[in-house]
Design a protein around this ligand. Sequence first.
Ligand code: PMT
Length: 400
Amino acid sequence: MDKYIKNKNIILGVAGGIAAYKSVELLRLLVKQGARVRVAMTSSACKFVGPLTFEALSGQKVCTDLFEGDDASIQHIKWADDADAVIIAPATANIIGKFANGIADDALSTLILAVTAPVLICPAMNTHMYENRAVQRNIDILEGDGYHIMEPGSGELACGTSGPGRMPEPEIILDRLICCLTPKDYKGKKVLVTAGPTREKIDPVRFISNPSSGKMGYAVARAAEHRGADVILVSGPVDIMPPLNVKVIHTESAKEMAASVLEHFKHSDVVIKTAAVSDYRTKKVAKQKIKKTKTAMSLDLQKNMDILKELGKKKKSQVLVGFAAETQDLKKNAEKKLKAKNLDIIAGNLVGSPNSGFGTDTNRVTLFLKGGNVKKLPEMEKDEVADILLDQVKKIEKKK
Ligand code: PMT
């Protein structure tokens, strides 16, 4: 659960568009994150999805009419006062027009005028409507007034046209909401992150690699972006969605990863290396597929550059963080790497145990700090590990 969403009061405003069905999934995601969600719907939204669906999932009465209920006269003010954030999804041309011009003629448009918390607006409509000058003018007004506006997705729309106008996927809206609510203590900082495995080719169809999924590194990159950093993510081959608003550089071998990391190192304030880099590569990559023989075979390997060690030698004011994947003697091995690579922190994780290390959504990490301090973290989501790591980096930066 994200700490900026858990136990927060979120209003989900649903206007009348075909994308209203996606808001049901958005509500489900918010509830899963521990938010208390109240839903307000326009009368046209109720024609696309019944309020009962939102009521069942939120566990709260849905607001569709300004004048219903016992405390009808003040209900919208109470909801607005209590709100930590508001999402309008889908936001139609009509509701955007009302918000931009201060028109309050239904429950949702009245409520929004009383809100002082951050508001995230997710436009969704026909492409020509979205590109219409009046709609664009209204979006500009809302942006100028401090509302957070999401770019709609592009593609084929329900009305048959193709272009911008599609409501972003619920996971993306949730990510942007978290970003809106996260304090920007990394603003102005350049953070370089590495993630995933490397692949060292043996022949055109085989390679040496490891099971790193990239989840740990992508979580660090996402958390740094949420906190306002300018993030470059150098990634090995992985199969997960890249974090939004982060520059991703795709690499394959350790050599390619080293080249990208060294290029961006000098402009970085913080470097966090979660990538599982191959220590060796084949001396020669066979041009054709190696054929099976009757005897055993061996591979001639040569050492790859230890990228992190190289950064440790070049380090000036940067905070340098490594990860150590260990199967035994975590403390001894991690502290040895901390020293040898001239790091500020090394996050040691035991791999091979359930719910920790490669491929899992959770990790069990101990932070070994330069100077001897040790912080053992319990098993937690990789997103949480990332945030705690960034807190620790911030403390080191402040001391420098
Ligand atoms: O990607 P996931 O599935 O989420 O899994 C996460 C993880 C287990 C890969 C991650 O948490 C982790 O432990 N990453 C480090 C894995 C590793 O290669 O550890 P190491 O002890 O071999 O290397 C120590 C440090 O040196 C690492 O920061 C590594 O990036 C760096 N290194 C290692 C070798 C090398 N040639 N160059 C390097 O820069």
